[in-house]
Design a protein around this ligand. Structure first.
Ligand code: NZQ
Ligand code: ZN
Length: 385
């Protein structure tokens, strides 16, 4: 096992009717900015519950944070925070709203050009406003981690940033708030959480059996509950299990002391930035081809994945690996996320621009062994056509 330093200060308030706890969690004298996305938070009543729970506190609102939040929109929120001297940020929404709020928290106190935060991956952040979240979409884990992903529309750059200063102080996870989600977004959440686990698990053996078994437990739970969560809108237990699983998939715990991959995510971000695909759609396209392409380097873990997650006991190692990759693709399709570029009306014309953007963003040595080069990515894209 590798050395590690595990820190996670986010309080999780989980369950039905937990939004009312805002009254205890937010300081009475806070000058709050509530940030949210489009119409969903108002329509499903979440925003109203938040308003009521905050009571007589000084609150203003910023709406319009879009999926794959843009630097351009968030810069307007930064101006509002400064003009109104807000000192506490509350995100109400999915990963995009929470990520956007993290950016605003850092950018509002940033002395220079705020895009620098993204160019340094967050390393240049020295202070940030306190933030918290009310989660409405189980998927990203942003509610309990220190990272975010922001897109500069002008340059079609989707980049990630992280800082210990950006853990939410608390996150409220009420599974009933997910009932209004379209099936497509729930399916996206299942796939995103699944791939988060895979990026931290499916590398090479690192003598970290408890991390492996946590990861396998999360994958098995997603396989077991994913379809039910997608198809049964108000199945509380399925939604609750998906919500907690997605949080645990990327709150740092399973990544302690193990090598991590993230090549599928980095390649996926370029596809979203250039062609507007949902984050999880890009992962469903890339992951099966990436695993197939890297099957030599990932041999040991792929066999373990086949045996322990998919219970494949027949055949030789190569056959088990092949079957496990096929099962992964079939699982994504079964929950409702298509796995080929052609399903999104994209063809070989995208390969050159995607590779050029990877190079422009210095994503030229990805993966746990830094051997996922632009040439490898090109083969992965070809295999995903
Ligand atoms: O804008 P509104 O009207 O709120 O609608 C949203 C949005 O259109 C809707 N929605 C959210 N909650 C709802 C709801 N609709 C009905 N009922 C509800 N309860 O869902 C749509 C998608 O929302 P979004 O926040 O974009 O989805 P998600 O949570 O999947 O977040 C995706 C973003 O997170 C980033 C992705 O790159 C992408 O930008 N990621 C963040 C990570 C992190 N911070 O650690 C890691 C991930 O790998 C990921 O990259
Ligand atoms: Zn993701």
């Amino acid at each position: 096992m590798n050395n590690f330093n595990f820190y996670n200060p986010t309080r999780i308030c989980f369950g039905k009717d937990t939004i009312s706890q805002l009254d205890q969690l937010v300081p009475k004298d806070a000058k709050i900015l509530v940030l949210y996305g489009g119409a969903s938070a108002e329509k499903n009543g979440t925003l109203n519950e938040v308003r009521q729970a905050l009571g007589a506190r000084d609150v203003s609102y910023f709406s319009g944070i879009e999926p794959n939040p843009s630097f351009e929109t968030l810069s307007k929120a930064v101006s509002q925070v400064k003009a109104e001297q807000r000192n506490f940020l509350l995100a109400v929404g999915g990963g995009s709203v929470i990520d956007g709020t993290k950016f605003v928290a850092a950018a509002a106190l940033y002395p220079g050009d705020t895009w620098e935060i993204m160019l340094t991956g967050g390393r240049s952040i020295t202070q940030a406003l306190p933030l918290a979240s009310v989660l409405t979409l189980p998927a990203t884990g942003s509610e309990m981690n220190r990272g975010g992903v922001i897109t500069q529309r002008a340059t079609q750059s989707k980049l990630s940033f992280k800082s210990d200063l950006l853990y939410p102080q608390f996150s409220i996870l009420d599974p009933t708030k997910t009932y209004s989600l379209p099936a497509k977004q729930v399916a996206n959440g299942v796939v995103d959480a699944f791939v988060h686990v895979v990026e931290q698990y499916l590398t090479y053996p690192a003598q970290a059996p408890v991390q492996d078994r946590f990861a396998e437990g999360l994958l098995l739970t997603l396989i077991e509950q994913g379809e039910t969560a997608v198809t049964q809108t108000d199945n509380y237990e399925a939604r609750a299990n998906l919500m907690w699983t997605a949080t645990l998939a990327l709150n740092g715990l399973i990544g302690c002391g193990v090598p991590q991959d993230w090549s599928t995510h980095m390649l996926g971000h370029e596809l979203t930035a250039l062609y507007g695909l949902d984050h999880a759609q890009t992962l469903a396209i890339i992951l099966p081809s990436m695993l197939a392409e890297m099957r030599q380097a990932k041999h040991g873990k792929l066999v373990q994945y086949a045996e322990r997650v998919w219970q494949i006991t027949q055949g030789n190692d190569e056959q088990k690996i092949q079957q496990a990759i096929a099962n992964t693709r079939a699982f994504f399709e079964r929950v409702g996320v298509k796995t080929y570029l052609k399903d999104y009306q994209l063809g070989s014309e995208i390969i050159e621009p995607v590779i050029a953007q990877l190079q422009a963003h210095k994503m030229t040595a990805l993966g746990e062994q830094r051997n996922v080069t632009p040439e490898v990515c090109e083969r992965v894209l070809r295999a995903s056509l």
